[in-house]
Design a protein around this ligand. Structure first.
Ligand code: UD1
Ligand code: CA
Length: 446
């Protein structure tokens, strides 16, 4: 645990998203925008019980999205700006047990020395390492505030970081309020800060809304600290994508691309081949073993698990609950959902495999469908080891195909009409030929 407390701002209006969903709840590769921020905090050692979320009047959806994880909530209504949001949250931002072990059991937490992290709920790419670095830098320098910045070729609508001669920060100027000179500054404010809680508390009552947006800016507290002679430092992000905020659909797409690149890089670093990272979209929860090869135009959503040596794509969609065991292959226009494929099983072309359990060394022919939904509920399909599913087979669930069994091309195996091990089923609806199929090894594969 870092011993720090945190405030995450998520009460702002989402005007530029032009829709009904709050911007912090838009999805990015398996998490909401806000979920990424909260995960980074936890990974940096700040517990949910030590984190206050500022939500708006209609914050129920935001609450629900993180329900049951122990976060504290404060309602800011109306949203008057980031400085006002922190003002609302500060009384609730107290450590749950004591700061960095300084408090004796039963003693009041020592707020005079508390580290307070403040993050924007709409900036999903801030990394745990960076949060830890802000905290570490504040402790080692004793600064009242250490903030995250980045140098951008197009600084756009971000606040500009102004530094004094000694390199410390003197102010942050919002783009809307910036003159020509400030606008030309390429160092921008990420909206991620480590504060000395007590020093920030002294500034908050002084904040006003005398600016172009008529908002109470948190960034004015930074200027206030510097003017009061307190030290304010900026740490430049090694990866400038860490500052990206999501204020519009265009920025949502840009943040998603940046997250995609980050996830793909992590997998490549751990031994996964991704032929074309730009067309491969992998959710943060997927677990992929070394020596897996992922071909272009593959989408992997949710808690998918891929074993060593598997081959996926091109044009494959793996959905939540998919497990591919070692050496299995899933190819062109195949969708898999809540289905486990055993080792060395192949489904190479045009298939839907949903709610299934498939054994090892099974060949799933082109055009196979697990018809899992009867209009009311979903049902399971089981295909045992070494079975051979002929092209265009429809398996109407619930149904099973026994080990080493064969279905003929175009067979429609009806619900409950299980194919016994080694049997052959053909036709529409499928009938059993009652004879043992040739051994799987003798068959050629599609
Ligand atoms: C803010 C910073 C800017 C920085 C940028 C980084 C201020 C004044 N400006 O600008 O310097 O470059 O973030 O992304 O802080 N929020 C509330 N209550 C409010 C207003 C906002 O909770 O009353 C929340 C929003 O939901 C959002 C975050 O605070 O998650 C930032 O607010 P936003 O209005 O998006 O600020 P920016 O203009 O992006
Ligand atoms: Ca923003």
């Amino acid at each position: 645990m870092s011993g720090a407390i945190a405030i995450v701002l998520a009460a702002g209006r989402s005007r530029r998203m032009k829709g009904s969903i709050p911007k912090v709840l838009h999805p990015i590769l398996g998490r909401t925008v806000l979920g990424h921020v909260l995960d980074a905090l936890v990974a940096a050692g700040v517990a949910p019980a030590d984190t206050v979320l500022v939500v708006g009047r209609d914050g129920d959806a935001v609450r629900d999205s993180v329900g049951g994880r122990g976060y504290r909530f404060v309602v800011q209504d109306p949203p008057l700006g980031t400085g006002d949001a922190v003002r609302c949250a500060l009384p609730a931002a107290r450590p749950s047990i004591g700061v960095a072990g300084r408090a004796e059991p039963g003693a009041l937490p020592d707020l005079a020395h508390a580290d307070l992290v403040v993050l924007c709920g709409d900036a999903p790419l801030v990394s745990p390492e960076t949060i830890a670095l802000l905290l570490e830098r504040r402790r080692s320098t004793g600064a009242a505030c250490v903030l995250l910045s980045a140098r951008l070729a197009v600084p756009g609508a971000y606040g500009r970081v102004l530094r004094s001669g000694d390199g410390s920060v003197s102010a942050i100027v919002e783009a809307a309020d910036a003159d020509e000179v400030a606008r030309a500054v390429d160092e921008v404010n990420a909206g991620a800060y480590a504060f000395d809680r007590a020093a920030l508390a002294r500034q908050l009552p002084t904040l006003k809304d005398r600016n172009a947006q008529r908002e109470v800016y948190l960034t004015d507290a930074v200027r206030g600290l510097a003017s009061a002679g307190e030290r304010v430092e900026a740490v430049e992000a090694r990866d400038p994508s860490e500052v990206m905020g999501v204020n519009s659909r265009e920025e949502l797409a840009a943040a998603t691309r940046a997250m995609r690149d980050r996830v793909n890089l992590r997998h490549m670093d751990s031994g996964v081949s991704i032929v074309d990272p730009a067309s491969t979209w992998i959710d943060v929860d997927a677990r992929i073993a070394p020596d897996v090869v992922i071909h272009p135009f593959t989408v992997i959503s949710g808690d998918v698990e891929i074993g060593p040596g598997c081959e996926v794509g091109p044009f494959t969609h793996l959905r939540p609950g998919t497990v591919l065991e070692e050496g299995s292959e899933v190819g062109n226009f195949v969708e898999v959902k809540k289905t486990r494929l055993g080792s060395h099983t192949k489904a190479k072309h045009l298939a839907y495999l949903g709610d299934g359990q498939v054994g090892s060394r099974v060949n799933i022919g082109a055009g196979t469908i697990f018809a899992n939904y009867d209009g009311r509920s979903k049902h399971r399909t089981v295909v045992e080891d070494g079975a051979f599913i002929g092209s265009g087979t429809v398996l109407v669930a619930p149904v099973s195909v026994g080990s080493g069994a064969v279905t003929g091309a175009g067979a429609v195996v009806l619900a409950g009409q299980d194919v016994p091990p080694g049997d052959v089923a053909v036709g529409v609806p499928a009938r059993l030929l009652g004879r043992t199929a040739a051994s799987p090894a003798a068959r050629s594969e599609g």
